[in-house]
Design a protein around this ligand. Sequence first.
Ligand code: LRH
Ligand code: MN
Length: 398
Amino acid sequence: MTQRAKSDELIARALDSFQIELPSWGFANTGTRFGKFLQPAAAATIEEKFSDAGEVHRLTGVCPTIALHVLWDLPDRMGGVANIKALAEKFRVRPGSINPNLFQDQLYKYGSVGSPDAAARAAASAHLLESADLAKQLGSRDVSLWFADGSNYPGTANVRQRRKWFEESLATLHERLAPGQRMLVEYKPFEPAFYHTDIADWGMALLLAKKAGPKAKVLVDTGHHYQGQNIEQIVSWLLTDDMLGGFHFNDRRYADDDLTLGSIDPYQIFRIFHEIFYFEWETRKRADVAYMIDQSHNLKGKIEAMIQTVTTAEELYAKAAIVDHEKLAAAQSKCALVDAEVCLKEAFSTDVRPAIREWARSHGLPEDPMSAFRQSGYLERITDERSKRGSASVSSYA
Ligand code: LRH
Ligand code: MN
């Protein structure tokens, strides 16, 4: 078998099991604190978000689930479950990770589960339990947790006391989860808090997850790291401890910019995927990791940005799948630095697009999802339909 045939085989096998989850909020009008530029075709209702996610899955075949944010997508909580199930049927996209929202309510000014205000902690804990029950009703495996909790000035928060409150709430949530369900603890160094954030880095998320129990894992949002932090090293450490639950993929130049994956530093995502393939090769174990997108498309067309993200993720995943692990391990053990590095560079510089097109063809999918989308008339149709509803009903955040 030629080297080319071998790598095409590896790519096809990798793509057969590759799935990446779409964020419902990636289809809605979003912005920054300096403003929000409205797009007439943006999704504002849960039906429109499922419709758009369905379109991206129809074109790419690798996005069978959509992440839901409870406040934005399930304002009627349990009252919205039947409708979500009907939409999942209609648009052939299943509900994915359930994201509680503990950062918008006025009650959470000084924090949610970490707030000195007992009423805020009680409300926050109740929302976490309700989110676990919603996930159960919707058949969702993961409850994905991000807390904006923190403080803005030195001396204003008892960080150790807040940690205790977090441990209590996360333990209660852990007990509520059904077998097979998971809670993913996401960390973020700053924003909206600018002095301390209660879950600021991977170590804090890891300790809280381990304390909560075996159903708790760590979620790595690629935008939630200090400049220069080695994200793939964090990934390899979490893999070793079987504590890596999933990713929120996006790209950034400065902070949590939530730009489209691979638009600034594609080699970063490639290095992350490499650590996962290398771990699986070495341990002969499958890494049980949820790949999810977490981006806000403030300027690009929402659906085009999502298609671009998915196809870029496929390319970087395929490139990482063809690293010659045997050769790499040998070079590493001999400290043959250049040879080892070239194993990654070789794979990263390989044009995997022909193999991906072949894989798409063999699965009855369009070879080029972006041009298929542009020829589908979908955008024109929804622009027409949604501009008729006028901007009044555009929801607050997403
Ligand atoms: C916080 C975050 C979190 C989401 C939100 C939309 O920055 O990454 O994962 O809930 O973005
Ligand atoms: Mn995130």
